[in-house]
Design a protein around this ligand. Structure first.
Ligand SMILES: [Zn+2]
Length: 317
């Protein structure tokens, strides 16, 4: 919707950790990865990394990605769950890959990465924190978020806190135009609740990315949501599921919905200090497989260039 509360940003710009760029400058984009995260650690330690080990591991890896053609990475590690804008900035500077960080709190993982104050704060008070990061920068820096990252717990009805965080996300969208990427997976109750709340706030479904949608095996539901305008994120690509991904993406192409699909790996460059969970298989395996199975280079460009550009364009929808 076009609100009277206009975004201060033009719809052609996006924030990276090194400043604003035009969305057309994103280039080949991985839309859901973790340059680093401390998944599994306690919230009190989630932002602590051994920076020497981290840089030694991640910088050469991201340089490899750059050599494969990756130009931009949307980093999905939230505040209180390992987001380090200072490290992201250094990695981006050293590698030449543009990194886009997020605002929001991560409601999945049994709520262990939600800060205590969020339980008592109102949705508006939480939104105000995220809007402030958008307007003024994160943690006193000049670095601004390029999207909102949220989550719902798997396998259960949406909790009060996850629902409140999502409502805060909607308020943030209405004030900033940032897109919401929400860990939803195969939780259909969470999906339905979100679509209802988007409607209630008069926000178009294209403001919303169904993150980890690949986990749902019912393609008809994914197609239905894509038809409504939602972004379907097939973001768990690994080489062994090449055939599955090719077939699913084919389905979207047949329905003329290729323009609603995002592909990524949910990789991790430094998972709690462990070995890299790679995020290069799309370029090495999926793209060649698509081209051998009736997709054109233009289709591939749609998936890896134009769709991320459109999905993350800063605009109140
Ligand atoms: Zn993720």
């Amino acid at each position: 919707m076009l609100s009277s509360c206009n975004s201060s940003k033009s719809a052609n710009q996006i924030h990276t950790v090194q400043g604003d760029i035009k969305v057309s400058e994103l280039g080949l984009t991985l839309s859901h990865e973790h340059t680093m995260s401390n998944y599994g650690k306690d919230i009190s330690e989630a932002s602590n990394y051994d920076s020497v080990q981290l840089f030694n591991q991640v910088i050469p890896y991201v340089k490899q990605l750059k050599a494969l053609g990756v130009n931009s990475i949307f980093d999905c590690t939230t505040a209180y769950f390992g987001r380090r804008i200072d490290y992201l900035k250094k990695i981006s500077e050293e590698t030449g890959v543009q990194i886009i960080t997020n605002t929001g709190f991560y409601g999945a993982a049994n709520d262990r990465y939600i800060p205590e104050f969020a339980y008592k704060a109102s949705a508006q008070a939480i939104a105000d924190i995220w809007i402030d990061e958008f307007k003024n920068g994160i943690e006193g820096s000049q670095i601004k978020p390029g999207f909102i990252k949220l989550g719902f717990d798997d396998g259960k009805s949406p909790s009060a806190i996850d629902t409140k965080l999502f409502e805060a996300g909607l308020l943030t969208h209405l004030s900033t135009g940032l897109t919401l990427a929400v860990h939803t997976g195969e939780n259909l109750e969470a999906m339905l609740l979100q679509t209802q709340l988007l409607k209630k706030h008069n926000i178009h479904p294209s403001a919303w990315i169904w993150t980890h949608a690949y986990k749902l095996k019912d393609d008809a539901t994914l197609i239905d949501l894509a038809t409504q305008g939602a972004w379907i994120s097939l973001d768990g690509f690994k080489t062994p599921n090449t055939t599955e991904y090719v077939n699913r993406i084919k389905l979207f192409k047949e329905k003329k919905l290729l323009h609603k699909v995002l592909v990524s790996h949910d990789g991790n460059g430094f998972p709690s200090g462990g070995a890299i969970r790679p995020f290069q298989a799309i370029l090495e395996d999926l793209v060649p497989a698509l081209l051998q199975n009736g997709f054109t280079q233009d289709d591939v460009d749609q998936l890896l260039f134009r769709n991320p550009e459109e999905a993350f364009r800063i605009r109140i929808k």
